[in-house]
Design a protein around this ligand. Sequence first.
Ligand code: ATP
Length: 457
Amino acid sequence: MKQNVSMDKIQAHCKTVGFVFPGSEIYGGFANTWDFGPIGVELKNNIKRAWWKKFVQERTDTFGVDCAILMNPRVWDASGHVASFGDPKMDCKNCKQRFRADTLIEEHSKGAVSAEAMTNEQMEAYIEEHNIHCPHCGAKDWTPIRKFNPMFITSRGTLEADADKVYLRPETCQGEYVNFLNVQRTTRAKIPFAIAQIGKSFRNEITPGNFLFRTIEFEQMELQKFCHDKDSMDIYNDYKQQAWNFVTSLGLQADHLRFHDHDKLAHYAKAACDIQYLFPMGWQELNGVHHRGTWDLSRHQEYSGKSMAYLDPFTNEKYIPTVIEYSIGADRLTLALICEAYDEETLENGETRVVMHFHPAIAPYKVAVLPLQKNLSEKAKEVFSKLSTFFMCDYDEAGSIGKRYRRQDQIGTPMCVTIDFDTLEDNTVTLRDRDTMEQIRLPIEELVPYITNKIAF
Ligand code: ATP
């Protein structure tokens, strides 16, 4: 984020160029849902790939899974979601919109105040004292705070009367817990090791606004590290640092990030920390690292009746492992990276160009192939075919070359390859850099290694 840009501007840009569209738009939309468009899906896939590369592919101690969204409902009894999962909600009596009280406070204070440790009474008093109005209609006529279970419920069974209640998972990590022993057995992993997953979660979130930040379905990229309790704090601190390194290596500036240690911990937790990002609406959670003790596996042992103990082959000690969780929302990180990349630059000739300075590894297209004129398209398509077996490439022959460069800047394509009449003579092309706008001349056969090097992560 090179300047203070509003979320409205980011949202409008995303829609204009095809990153993200409002969900079910032709029906007037559907609150807190968004559809990723042609370049948005590339961006998000690249972000998920980058995460998987760092946290699974490059590690010898982490194994991936892809678990079912619908799980035995007993899982959610064991996890505590059925009984107690609930956010503090209040309704605006005027427009009937429902909001999370903690979010109202945090957004009103632009992230300066954390409502985490507040009781419901303290949150109500804060909202009263600071004169917080309904963000939707502007009224100040709140109901008291009530707990609200955000799990989506559906049913299975052919006859409605027989139908069993099932839940859309509100978090992915339960898939790792219930498969802990399967993964350990099949990989022969020794503790400490981690199981990782990227997948959809669903929460009946009712706080509107802020674009992709809080949606009712979203993808989590998370891992659960199973360890001996004596090593757990070191592992926790290590993941805090790895989580930080990951987002900075993708391009989030360190001065737009901060650690936020939780004031209030779950009764089973030893420590919890978020990394917050300075979104246009203020400091907000980007990811969490949580020390969950032995709570998760103990509960599944209790509710399933199956032993979740690990037998250490060296010491013969049998114990329930402690879990360190690291979790980051793919959509929320995509939003942060879009906010960070967005830039409006004034050029020497006084024109403004909108440019998305994505890290090349996550840019939707790595390169755009542009014939200078339409009668060069045969050669340009040859170059496109060559490059597109290696990278996601765009091809554009419509409009002036200047306009085509601008279009690629707006979607963050790091390099443009222009085919001109010299190309027909000597098989060289012009390669233009998105950020510096500098141009160099390269032989076609050098393009693949050159681009590969530029997009490395
Ligand atoms: P929040 O306090 O913002 O509701 P949380 O503490 O409930 O988040 P976790 O359950 O720890 O979040 O989920 C891990 C990560 O998943 C979050 O750090 C965030 O990046 C992402 N996430 C959580 N809820 C949503 C949502 N409704 N929409 C998009 N991303 C989400």
